[in-house]
Ligand binder design. Structure first.
Ligand code: URP
Ligand code: ZN
Ligand code: ZN
Length: 471
């Protein structure tokens, strides 16, 4: 087994930082050593990586991505190969995607099909949440089976998208009761899809069909109302752990914060798009340009304090995780499906490559600490979703490492840094501080010196244990 020593850097964890060297043996972290002590212990590593002046942090864990998701009449543009490669370019060494059960499908068959799609394709390690879109006796039984046997310990349900993934409150309650028994975590897309569909029909009838009306027909009240309802249902189901995905709005965050103060097991994530992008600067761009930024929950107004509140939520741990909800669609042939009718624009944007960069910029802006960057992007997502060997640099953990260079900048854009299978970048023109320097996935250097060294098939499926905040 080859040994690698990352020396001279500052090792940053969720709880602090210190000058230290990281010794890797094969696929695992062997030791964190005082600087220069490897030689004193007689260790002669096969490979030495110089991290002088750089931060050495756990590889990123993106707990919410959608590769090859059939959605909105098309399929998201990154598959497991291209998407996980872009993740590696972004310092992300574990992704959690979704297996989807929709109406009429068998949960276990849906999961098996997703395994076949991903097997041998991934460049970094991967896991799955299970989407439950059809609650019945068989799917409830399957939920328990997945927790006990398949390493699938979280289930996503939708209060949005009627006719696609939507479940009514009764179905959600039944699934939550099941999760309460098995110890699983429930993830919720919290938007009132029934009310949204009324607003969408009214908007189109008025002739308001440009991309920006996507956001105007999904007002924050319908995000916070659904968040509130999900919290109450989770409480009725026995205080089942609940994780609200892709939170975009101040009012919804208040619901989460209130629930947490009441002692409920409620967690939430946000995504970089809600921290940086807005209706005014992006979704409402002239013509059809705004289609690039159609996603749900939607971008909000920059004049309404959402971004400020979300950063505060991240600092205060009301928001525990930053994920990307990576679900890219090209403008050509995909977003274009909604020309003249915003409701037909496939929902989603790409960002798996840029999360570490965009959130590090929050450190530079003074919105969070370096430690909190590691916590929200690496350590907490691993702990939240039961990835036992991920998200930390400690002996026995997987050797997933990101060496981060704070002394240089990253320019994002299709002609700059861009490795996702999209014909545009959601963050075109952003120039952020810091840069992905070296990325190691289970002991293998996959990115170094601006060169890709990884390989399709290196990434392995990871079975997950229960949420480590509750169990
Ligand atoms: O717009 C989004 N978020 N697309 C992906 C599906 C989802 O709701 O997460
Ligand atoms: Zn969603
Ligand atoms: Zn999603």
């Amino acid at each position: 087994m080859a040994t690698t020593l990352i020396q001279g850097g500052t090792v940053v964890s969720a709880i602090g930082r210190r000058e230290a060297d990281v010794l890797i043996d094969g696929e695992s972290i062997a030791a964190i050593l005082a600087p220069g002590h490897a030689a004193a212990y007689g260790i002669t590593p096969d490979v030495v990586i110089d991290a002088t002046g750089k931060y050495v942090v756990p590889g990123g864990v993106d707990a919410h991505v959608h590769m090859s998701l059939p959605f909105g009449g098309t399929v998201s543009a990154d598959d497991f190969d291209t998407g996980s490669r872009a993740a590696a370019w972004g310092g992300v060494t574990t992704i959690i995607d979704f297996a989807s059960q929709t109406v009429g499908l068998d949960v276990r068959e849906a999961l098996a099909a997703r395994h076949i799609e991903a097997a041998g394709e991934c460049h970094v390690d991967y896991a799955f949440h299970q989407i439950i879109g059809d609650v019945n006796e068989a799917s409830l039984e399957a939920m328990t089976y997945l927790v006990e046997n398949e390493g699938i310990t979280s289930f996503k349900m939708f209060m949005a998208y009627p006719g696609v993934f939507y479940s009514d409150d009764g179905k959600i309650l039944r699934a939550m009761q099941n999760a309460s028994e098995s110890g699983a975590l429930m993830m919720m897309h919290a938007e009132n899809g029934i009310a949204i569909d009324v607003l969408v029909a009214q908007s189109l009838a008025r002739g308001d069909s440009d991309p920006k009306y996507h956001s105007y027909t999904r007002p924050e009240e319908l995000e916070s109302e659904a968040t509130h309802r999900a919290i109450k249902l989770a409480r009725v189901a026995g205080n089942v752990p609940l994780y609200i995905v892709h939170m975009s709005a101040s009012e919804a965050l208040e619901e989460v914060s209130r629930a947490q103060h009441m002692g409920l097991n409620v967690f939430a994530e946000t995504c970089p798009q809600y921290l940086y992008l807005s209706i005014e600067d992006h979704l409402a761009q002239p013509g059809f340009e705004g289609a690039k930024w159609v996603c749900s929950t939607p971008l909000r107004s920059k004049h309404e304090h959402h971004q400020k509140d979300l950063w505060k939520g991240l600092r205060m741990n009301e928001l525990a995780v930053v994920s990307t909800d990576h679900c890219p669609f090209c403008m050509k042939d995909q977003k274009e499906l909604g020309l003249g009718d915003f409701s037909k624009i496939p929902n989603g944007m790409g960002g798996v490559e840029h999360r570490m960069e965009m959130i590090y910029q929050g450190v530079v802006m003074g919105e969070m600490t370096l430690e909190r960057w590691v916590e929200t992007c690496c350590t907490t997502p691993a702990r939240m979703f039961g990835l036992e060997k991920k998200g930390v640099l400690e002996p026995g953990a997987d050797a997933d490492v990101l060496v981060w260079d704070p002394n240089t900048k990253t320019k994002i854009g299709v002609n700059d840094k861009h490795h996702m299978a999209m014909d545009h970048s959601s963050y075109e023109g952003f120039e952020v501080d810091g840069k992905v320097d070296t990325v190691i996935s289970r002991g293998r250097v996959v990115v170094a010196n601006d060169t890709y060294l990884g390989a399709k098939g290196h990434g392995q499926f990871v079975k997950r244990s229960l949420n480590r905040y509750i169990h």
